[in-house]
Design a binder for this molecule. Structure first.
Ligand code: ATP
Ligand code: MG
Length: 446
C-alpha cells in the first residue's frame, strides 16, 4: 500500500487541520439524523486537504455504511438512484444508514453526459440518505443550482506546519533517516496539499534521495511533479497494488503517462527481456486507450491504466536500487522544436510580405517556388536571399542545411569580391588623387 493510503486517517479525530470545518460536518450529520437539516453537504477545497478522507471518516465515526461514487462516472447516477430511491432502501442490509459520498462533483460539468448535473439535482431532491459531495471548485457557474440546494463547507489548504507534523510522524513510523530541513522543504513545496507532500516523501525515500539538495529540486519540477512521481513509483516498485494505486492520484492524462514511461523504461530496466515485456504491456495499454477514445467508452481506460501501470511495474524481476535520472519525453522536445519552427516561418513570411508588398497568405503560397529556386540555382538563390535579408536559419528552413550553407558561402564570396573590388577602386582613386595633388617644383613656383 502506498503511504498516502497507509496513513489515511480512519477517524475524524486523526484528520489534521480545518478544525472548524470538521465541527461543522459533525453538526451537520447530527442535524441530518435528527431531521433538522436534510440538505446534502458539499465539502469544497483544494486537492489533498482531506475532503474524501473526512467524508469516509465521518461515516466510520457515526457507524454509517459509506457508498462512495465518482460523480463523473456515468453510472453513478443510476446507482445512487437505486440506493436512495425509496425510504425502505435507505438502509443497508446490515440495517445501518447509508452515507452516499459523491466524489469530485466539479468533474461532471464538461463531461459528455450533460444530463449528469440534472440527474444529481433530481436525486438530491428525493434522497432519503445523507449525501456528501466533494469538489475543488464549486464556484463554476454551472454548479450554481447545486450550490443553492446544499450546505457548503469550505476547507482550506493545510498550513506548512501541519503538513510537517504529519511528515514527521510518517518518517518516524517508517524509520526513515531524514533531517528536519528536508521534511520542511517537502512540506513547504506541497503548498497545502498533504497528499503531494506524502507522495514526495515516499518517492524521495524510494529513490534513496532524502536530502535537502534533492528536496530542493522538487521546486524546479513544478508541473512535472506529479507525473515524475508516478513514473518513479511505477518503475521502482514490484508491488501490484502500489503501481495501481499511484495511478489514482495522477493528475496528468494517460497519454502523457505513456510517453513518459516509454521514454524512461530503458533508463531504469537493464535486462532486455524486462524492457521487452514492459513495452509489450505499454502497447497493450495503448490499444485500450485508443479504443476507449474511438468508442467514447472511457471505462476501457481503466484497463489501459492497469496495463500501463502494473504491467510495466511487474515486468521487472526485482527492484533496481539507486537513483535513476529520468528524462522528459522526446515528444515534448519535438513539440518545442515545432514551436520554434513556426516562429521561423512567421519571420520568413513577414520578410517576404514587407519586401514584395503582398499578404502573408500570398507569401505562403509563393514559398514553394522560392524553395525550388534556392535549391536549384544557388547563385540566383543568393541574390534572393540578399534581397529578402534572410538569415541562414531561415534559408535552412526553406531548403536544407547543405543548400543553406552553399548559398551563404556564395554570399560571403561575393561580399569578399566586392570588398576587393572596392579596395582596388579606392586605391586607384587614392593614386589619382595623390597624382593630382602632386606638387611639383613647377606648380609650386606658379
Ligand atoms: N487533513 C488531513 N489529515 C490527515 N491526512 C490527510 C489530510 N488531508 C489529506 N491527507 C492525506 O492525503 C491523502 C489524500 O487526501 P484526500 O483524498 O482526502 O484529499 P482530497 O481533499 O479528497 O483531494 P482531491 O481534491 O484531490 O480529491 C489522504 O490519504 C491522507 O493520507
Ligand atoms: Mg478526493
Amino acid at each position: 500500500m502506498n503511504w498516502v493510503e497507509k496513513y489515511r486517517p480512519k477517524s475524524l479525530d486523526e484528520v489534521v487541520g480545518n478544525r472548524k470545518a470538521k465541527e461543522e460536518l459533525k453538526r451537520w450529520i447530527e442535524d441530518y439524523i435528527s431531521g433538522k437539516d436534510r440538505r446534502p453537504v458539499i465539502l469544497a477545497g483544494p486537492p489533498g486537504c482531506g475532503k474524501t478522507t473526512m467524508a469516509r471518516a465521518l461515516g466510520r465515526d457515526y457507524n454509517l455504511d459509506v457508498i462512495e461514487l465518482n460523480a463523473s462516472d456515468n453510472r453513478s447516477a443510476e446507482i445512487v438512484r437505486s440506493i436512495v430511491g425509496s425510504a425502505a432502501e435507505s438502509k443497508s442490509i446490515l440495517g445501518r444508514r447509508i452515507l452516499v459520498v459523491l466524489d469530485e462533483i466539479d468533474g461532471i460539468s464538461g463531461t459528455m453526459d450533460k444530463g449528469g448535473l440534472r440527474e444529481i439535482l433530481n436525486i438530491i431532491k428525493t434522497a432519503k440518505n445523507p449525501i456528501i459531495m466533494t469538489a475543488n471548485d464549486i464556484y463554476k457557474p454551472s454548479l450554481k443550482p447545486l450550490r443553492e440546494r446544499c450546505k457548503v463547507i469550505n476547507l482550506r489548504p493545510l498550513p506548512t506546519n501541519t503538513i510537517l507534523s504529519v511528515l514527521k510522524k510518517i518518517a518516524q513510523e517508517e524509520g526513515l533517516d531524514v533531517d528536519e530541513e528536508t521534511l520542511k522543504l517537502i512540506a513547504k513545496h506541497a503548498q497545502g496539499d498533504l497528499r503531494a507532500a506524502i507522495n514526495d516523501l515516499e518517492s524521495l525515500a524510494l529513490g534513496g534521495s532524502l536530502s535537502p539538495e534533492e528536496a530542493k529540486k522538487l521546486d524546479s519540477r513544478n508541473v512535472e511533479k506529479s507525473i515524475f512521481d508516478v513514473i518513479k513509483m511505477i518503475l521502482k516498485t514490484t508491488k501490484y497494488d502500489i503501481a495501481l494505486s499511484t495511478l489514482w492520484d495522477l493528475k496528468e492524462d494517460l497519454e502523457t503517462l505513456e510517453e513518459w514511461l516509454s521514454e524512461n523504461i530503458p533508463r531504469e530496466y537493464k535486462k532486455i527481456e524486462e524492457v521487452a515485456t514492459a513495452y509489450d504491456y505499454l502497447s497493450k495499454g495503448d490499444m485500450f486507450l485508443g479504443r476507449g477514445k474511438r468508442r467514447q467508452n472511457y471505462n476501457l481506460w481503466r484497463y489501459a491504466s492497469a496495463l500501463m501501470g502494473t504491467g510495466v511495474a511487474l515486468a521487472k524481476e526485482e527492484k533496481y536500487r539507486g537513483f535513476t535520472p529520468y528524462v522528459r519525453p522526446k515528444v515534448f522536445t519535438k513539440l518545442l522544436q515545432n514551436k520554434s519552427k513556426r516562429e521561423i516561418l512567421k519571420r520568413i513570411l513577414s520578410k517576404i510580405s514587407s519586401k514584395t508588398h503582398v499578404s502573408t497568405k500570398r507569401a505562403r503560397e509563393d514559398l514553394i517556388y522560392l524553395s525550388t529556386i534556392l535549391e536549384r540555382d544557388p547563385y540566383l538563390g543568393a541574390e534572393l536571399v540578399r534581397f529578402f535579408e534572410f538569415t541562414e536559419e531561415e534559408v535552412e528552413y526553406l531548403t536544407d542545411k547543405n543548400t543553406a550553407k552553399k548559398i551563404f558561402k556564395i554570399l560571403k564570396e561575393r561580399e569578399k569580391k566586392k570588398e576587393i573590388k572596392k579596395d582596388k577602386i579606392k586605391k586607384k582613386e587614392e593614386k589619382k588623387e595623390s597624382k593630382g595633388k602632386q606638387i611639383t617644383l613647377e606648380t609650386f613656383l606658379q
